[in-house]
Design a protein around this ligand. Structure first.
Ligand SMILES: Nc1nc2c(ncn2[C@@H]2O[C@H](COP(=O)(O)OP(=O)(O)OP(=O)(O)O)[C@@H](O)[C@H]2O)c(=O)[nH]1
Ligand SMILES: [Mg+2]
Ligand SMILES: [Zn+2]
Length: 299
């Protein structure tokens, strides 16, 4: 079958390149808020019933009469951060440069969720850091102790109290945020939206009373939202709803050793595992087990 010539094709099927390139700044399931190239925000519906657009996607869109629009196509993504539970997958955002996993002294965080978020970020090729908030609270020593292994394996960590010393938090964070698009993720009630309001004074992100949020099992923030950190729009900031689960079914077990900094280091120091498909549990010649045996805390 012969392909139609390019001129003919253009006539039959207008390319979408002439359409405005917008940025998805918020998603509501069936519709999206798209920031136009001129900076206006337009409510857009996907063409067809379903769309896979997520916050951070660049989309070709066009107006539909009134003040709304339709998303005609998604531009290719640089990356996509998502979790994959047993039955469903949930996208957090596309095209982000870096991830801040925000935990807090209270509510006490789950190491498993934290580790999974770091693994998912590494799998998507996104640099991640840990933030510890609420260092004004009494459990701070314990929280630091639980984070020490992550710091030891080379995950950079910030810590601060947004309520006691917001300026110190800004001083730590701002150099890291400059010129980048950063997604903040974390369990509910850790202070993601408090931080959003500190970084973007007119964000008006809703902040929840922790007791209310935890007891009702509800999250104060319900949708991921994109904000600009500067007037020139060189730095983006994405506030997100708290997560309670973080499936990483999309990551192959064999891949894990390339995604955790301590496993990577073990591979380098011990010359790699004898078997390419090593599960690092009981195989002979396993570099990860060798590193574990050599570590002072081995047991
Ligand atoms: N003690 C203390 N409380 C804080 C600090 N930072 C934020 N909080 C409080 O923590 C509670 C939760 O803050 P949010 O910013 O709504 O938390 P969130 O992470 O956005 O929560 P979700 O939107 O549900 O995911 C609020 O009552 C804040 O006032 C802090 O440094 N110390
Ligand atoms: Mg919030
Ligand atoms: Zn191994």
């Amino acid at each position: 079958m012969s392909r139609p010539g390019s001129r003919e094709r253009r006539a039959l099927q207008p390319t979408r390149d002439h359409l405005d390139l917008g940025l998805v700044v918020r998603g509501h399931g069936r519709h999206y808020l798209v920031e136009t190239s001129e900076g206006a925000r337009v409510l857009c519906h996907p063409r067809g019933k379903k769309s896979d657009a997520v916050v951070g996607d660049r989309v070709r869109w066009q107006p539909t009469g009134s003040d709304e629009g339709v998303i005609e196509a998604l531009e290719p993504r640089r990356n996509l951060l998502y979790r994959q539970d047993e039955w469903r997958s949930k996208s957090f955002a596309a095209n982000v440069d870096q991830l801040l996993v925000l935990v807090a002294v209270e509510p006490v965080f789950s190491e498993s969720l934290l580790t999974r978020a770091l693994v998912a970020a590494a799998a998507a090729g996104i640099e991640a850091r840990i933030g510890l908030n609420k260092t004004d609270l009494p459990g701070v020593a314990q929280a630091r102790a639980r984070l020490a292994p992550y710091v030891a394996m080379g995950v950079p960590m910030f810590e601060w109290s947004l309520s006691a010393d917001p300026q110190a938090a800004l001083a730590l964070l701002q150099p890291w945020l400059a010129g980048k698009t950063t997604l903040v993720l974390g369990p509910s009630g850790t202070g993601k939206s408090t931080l959003t309001n500190l970084l973007i004074p007119d964000a008006q992100a809703q902040v929840g009373e922790i007791s209310v949020a935890l007891n009702s099992g509800r999250h104060t923030t319900t949708h991921t939202q994109w904000y600009w950190l500067d007037a020139e729009k060189t730095a983006g900031w994405l506030d997100s709803p708290g997560f309670q689960t973080f499936g990483i079914q999309h990551v192959e077990p064999m891949q894990l050793a390339t995604l955790l900094p301590d496993f990577v280091a073990a591979q380098q120091v011990h010359g790699g595992c004898r078997f390419a498909n090593c599960t690092h549990r009981q195989e002979p010649g396993c570099a990860v087990q060798a590193a574990r045996a050599a570590s002072p805390k081995a047991g």
